[in-house]
Design a protein around this ligand. Structure first.
Ligand code: HEC
Length: 106
């Protein structure tokens, strides 16, 4: 039987967790997202979610879902279509790295 390294099995079991994103590269790539999601991931367009501080794995899964068609949205499906795995990892690392502060309502 061929030897299979345990980390390979782990990588196969966790799609999206295998590629480590580069937040600095993601910051550059996120300029294409700023018109709706804001320059720091706080949305500036209506009906658009904030991305700042979201879990990295969640962002990766959503972008892959838009790209793959298991999640659909007229804008996001188009936006995600041209993203590579590395783009998705970098974008997710950038938005996840942003610190969000919340306050109680006045
Ligand atoms: C023209 C506006 C627009 C642009 C540009 C845009 N988005 Fe979005 N994005 C949206 C909207 C609207 C939604 C909500 C989709 C829905 O209702 O399902 C969304 C949803 C998302 C989500 C899911 C968030 C969640 O909470 O589930 C992610 C992740 C995302 N966008 C990432 C990006 C990234 C990364 C880029 C740039 C490469 C980008 N978007 C560019 C409008 C935009």
């Amino acid at each position: 039987m061929r030897f299979v390294a345990p980390w390979l099995l782990l990588a196969a079991a966790l799609p999206g967790a295998a590629v480590a994103g580069d937040a600095a590269a993601g910051r550059q790539k996120a300029q294409a997202c700023a018109v709706c999601h804001g320059p720091l991931g706080i949305a500036v367009a209506p009906e658009t979610p904030n991305l700042a501080g979201d879990p990295e794995g969640y962002l990766v899964r959503q972008l892959r879902a838009f790209r793959g068609g298991t999640r659909t949205h007229e804008v996001m499906s188009l936006m995600a279509k041209s993203l590579s795995d590395a783009d998705i990892a970098d974008l997710a690392a950038w938005f996840a790295s942003l610190k969000v502060e919340v306050k109680n309502p006045p």
